[in-house]
Design a protein around this ligand. Structure first.
Ligand code: GUN
Length: 282
């Protein structure tokens, strides 16, 4: 029987731990605060931002919401980020992506102080991860490491195959698995014989962005499978990049969709906010 890795439970454990930590920090006069900026009113972004604000409130982190109109200029957004960089009462800054097409996303990410970069998207944060220096790590891959560790799945010495090479998931995922002494392979759309490479994996991280792409022919007996995908099929049901029903009897552990990787992202964002507040208060 495969272990069904319960991301909802693990994220809720992490949030409880953070809630206690924040209560203790407040006794020491540290009041963590996250600034959340949304430009325009993309409905999905509004839901994500709402969930982030809710998680902050639950843990005891103050959230400052900046809801800017679609027609905000790049200069106006950069000026707000600069003001928040300088504001000692703000510890984390998050600009919800995507931003409107007339804006330059790269310049916006670069403008956030690496000390407050709780998304871990700034080049300095990415560089720090590659060379093993302290910095913020992208929340979804950081959450996956927590899922593995808290489920008792050893990474050291294991064959880890990451399918997907995005800056937000695939690349930082590979760096984190390497940091845990895994033997890491990154695959992508041009990988020859993807199936054979995946079948080598003790730990398979599926982030290819195609619904139910991975069936039993891609996985080794007893592998641990982490599904980063989230898709809605024709009848409105959610599914991942992995065909759960076809794979579940072959593997030792697997994350469901929903309720696997998804809930971990916000938990790790909250963790980064608490860390930012601690580091800035040193
Ligand atoms: N849009 C979708 N996911 C994310 C995320 O993790 N961070 C930010 N800033 N925007 C997003």
């Amino acid at each position: 029987m495969a272990l069904r890795i319960d991301g909802k439970k693990i994220s809720s454990d992490i949030k409880e731990e953070l809630k206690e930590k924040v209560a203790a920090m407040k006794e020491d006069g540290i009041f963590p605060c996250l600034a959340v900026i949304q430009v325009g009113n993309d409905p999905a972004s509004t839901v994500y931002v709402g969930n982030k604000k809710k998680a902050c409130a639950y843990i005891g982190i103050e959230s400052k919401a900046f809801e800017l109109p679609e027609e905000t200029t790049q200069e106006e957004l950069l000026a707000l980020i600069e003001k928040l960089n300088e504001d000692d009462s703000v510890h984390g800054i998050l600009v919800q992506l995507p931003i409107p097409a007339h804006m330059d996303e790269k310049e916006v990410i670069h403008a956030i102080s690496p000390k407050k970069d709780v998304d871990g998207f700034h080049p300095q944060s990415v560089g720090a991860l590659s060379i093993g220096e302290p910095g913020f790590v992208s929340c979804t891959p950081a959450g996956i490491i927590q899922l593995l560790k808290r489920s008792g799945i050893e990474i050291e010495g294991k064959e880890c195959v990451v399918v997907g090479r995005s800056n937000i998931v695939g690349k930082p995922m590979a760096m984190l698995l390497l940091r845990e002494n895994g033997t890491v392979t990154i695959c992508h759309s041009r990988t020859k014989d993807l199936r054979e490479v995946c079948k080598r994996a003790d730990i398979l991280v599926a982030a290819i962005g195609k619904p139910k792409f991975f069936d039993e022919t891609y996985v080794k007996d007893g592998a641990a499978v982490i599904d980063v995908g989230i898709h809605r099929n024709a009848d409105g049901k959610l599914c991942g990049d992995v065909d759960y029903d076809k794979v579940v009897d072959k593997v030792s552990a697997i994350t469901p969709v929903p309720g696997g990787v998804g809930p971990m992202t916000i938990a790790m964002l909250m963790n980064n906010c608490v860390e930012a507040a601690l580091r800035l208060s040193e």
